[in-house]
Design a protein around this ligand. Structure first.
Ligand code: NDP
Length: 236
């Protein structure tokens, strides 16, 4: 049993974020989720936050601090895709994905940093993707935003590693959620044919990795990229 912490999961109203929040509650942590709509799992505190807006993120943290205490474990999970091929991709389609997935993570982690330093403990967990390092046609915006999270976690590790703060990346493969339901049958078949495990992943399998990184056993792991992808990204 790990020490009970105050955990924040962004985008915790559905998909992977919801499953991570559920698992963190089962692990005995105090859990807050951000959501633009809907609610996190039973037992969590749901706060409203828009990842592209620092003021709303600030307000969400202030509410969590008042109700649960300072955030100790940050899971930056909220993210979007806006897939299209480079020649068709507008600058807005590129920058909006970067703004949510990368700059949104920056806004959240930056807002958490003082509390982590003050509490002399921190676990920063960034939800990236197998396509960050593997590449994916039609996802130049998304894969760029996700690859950048690796540099983010490693730089954070070098900045704050001596202060009992770790930063790691989880790189999920193809996980069954609303996000992947949007892919065409052909795309899904093509992905499936490349996955050594010969199946898509479940949200609970990402939650298991997040649970481990938040727990006492992961204290000496930082700057790591943990693939949870059925072997899809091997070697990348
Ligand atoms: P979903 O599309 O099911 O959920 C996305 C979550 O992010 C929702 O809670 C959504 O909130 C939130 N969100 C999106 N944009 C914003 C925003 N601007 N401000 C606040 N919240 C926002 O995605 P998944 O659960 O599938 O994915 C979760 C994470 O895992 C993402 O970062 C994704 O890139 C990553 N991932 C997913 C994979 C998969 O196969 N599913 C594979 C690899 C990585 P709302 O409901 O309000 O829209």
């Amino acid at each position: 049993m790990s020490t009970s912490r105050v955990v924040l999961v962004t985008g915790g109203n559905r998909g992977i974020g919801f499953a991570i929040a559920e698992r963190m509650i089962a692990d005995g942590h105090k859990v807050a989720v951000t959501a633009r709509s809907g609610e996190g799992p039973a037992g969590s505190l749901t706060v409203r936050a828009e990842m592209t807006d620092s003021a709303s993120i600030d307000a969400a943290f202030t509410q969590i601090e008042a109700e649960l205490g300072a955030v100790e474990v940050v899971v930056a999970n909220a993210g979007i895709t806006r897939d299209t091929l480079l020649l068709r991709m507008s600058e807005e389609e590129f920058t909006s994905v970067i703004d949510t997935n990368l700059t949104g993570t920056f806004r959240v982690v930056k807002r958490s940093a003082k509390g982590l330093l003050k509490g002399r403990f921190g676990r920063v967990i960034l939800i990236s993707s197998v396509v960050a390092l593997y590449g994916s046609p039609g996802q130049i915006n998304y894969s760029s935003s996700k690859a950048a999270l690796v540099g983010f976690a490693r730089s954070l590790t070098r900045e704050l590693g001596a202060r009992n703060i770790t930063a790691n990346v989880i790189a999920p493969g193809f996980i069954e959620t609303d996000m992947t339901a949007e892919l065409s049958d052909d795309q899904q078949k093509q992905y499936l044919s490349q996955i050594p495990a010969a199946r898509f992943g479940q949200v609970a399998e990402i939650a298991g990795a997040a649970s481990f990184l938040a727990g006492d056993d992961a204290a000496y792991i930082s700057g790591a990229v943990i693939p949870v992808d059925g072997g899809l990204g091997m070697g990348h």
